[in-house]
Design a protein around this ligand. Sequence first.
Ligand code: EPS
Length: 395
Amino acid sequence: MFRFTTAGESHGPALLAIVEGVPAGLEIDGEQIDAELRRRQGGYGRGGRMRIESDRAEILSGVRHGQALGSPITLQVRNRDWENWTVAMSAAPLDSPADDETLRRVFFPRPGHADLVGILKYDRHDARDILERASARETTSRVAAGAVAKQLLRAVGIEIGSHVVMLGGIEAKLPDELPADLNAAVEPSPVRTLDPDAEERMIDAIDEAKKNGDTLGGVFEVVVSGVPIGLGSHVSWDRKLDGRLAGALMSIQAIKGVEIGMGFEAGARPGSRVHDSIVAGEHGYGRSANAAGGLEGGITTGLPIVLRAVMKPISTLMQPLPTVDLRTGERGDAVRERSDVCALPAAGVVGEAMVAIVLAEAVLEKFGGDSITELRRNIDGYLAQIAGRQFLPAR
Ligand code: EPS
């Protein structure tokens, strides 16, 4: 079984990810993990923290001489900023009392963040106890784990990319066909978009928001190619891959909605203008289009999986929103923690990681295998079976 968990506070000593179920013998390249971490740190609109950190993963377990052992893989990314937080975030009780400023306590919860609901639910009195874990810094662990999942998927021919399709209301004009290597095409863009014209306006919008002490969100798209027919299942609600992918994307900080394929637009059209016709092609069954976004009945169709997620604007505003002082109930201004004006380009990278994790899980569920050799053999056997199944008369 493929599974992962993360741990770590934003200003604690480190962020951790434990990934279990990676088949033995899979080549694990630490450089590729670090490259994904670097991608997550980028994008126009990031704040001061990204100038402090240069995230790198140390592999603490589960890999020997560059190959997975089949045992849990532990990844650690140290927080450089920790040296400024050793007192405020000390795990041990302090020897002597310290003032609120030294402890960096937070009494003005931010609307939109987990601050208020978190302290009420967990019975805390300092919102720092909540925000340290609610912070999107946690996505560092997800991207590290996702980079391992990506290496597994790449070994079986599945590739994942992403791009920004809308930022702060500015929509990117998309080409009829996406570039084969989506990430290579968008990486030079500071906002990770394919439309140079929109890129300029998106950058201006971020500058404007920054000037106004405001923040911006938007929509990113994740595209997966090389997916075999038959991942996921229609038989039970929790095995439907569309639901699992949507849930994984929705779990990313600040994500408020997910679309698959044509998405919400499908609700405005008649069925005749939504569903992809089934056609008989040279290589077997095919589709006239991919409005379904690569998923029907919770099962992959063999066409690219296309998912979109909307990110709300970050809830830390330099022009703060109204809130209430947790100590007195008096009206106040929400805390102004250092933050980003826009983290949408990075959110796309996190989206890729979450999609990779769910797909790695789905691949191993369907094909199993303790070793990469066994996994490949199982996949090859299934693909041969599917190929032989094309156009057979009904039994
Ligand atoms: C982030 C690190 C954080 C923020 C941001 C994402 O660093 P710090 O809080 O030290 O400035 O820049 O976190 C949030 C947007 C949030 O709401 O918590 C990161 O590593 O991505």
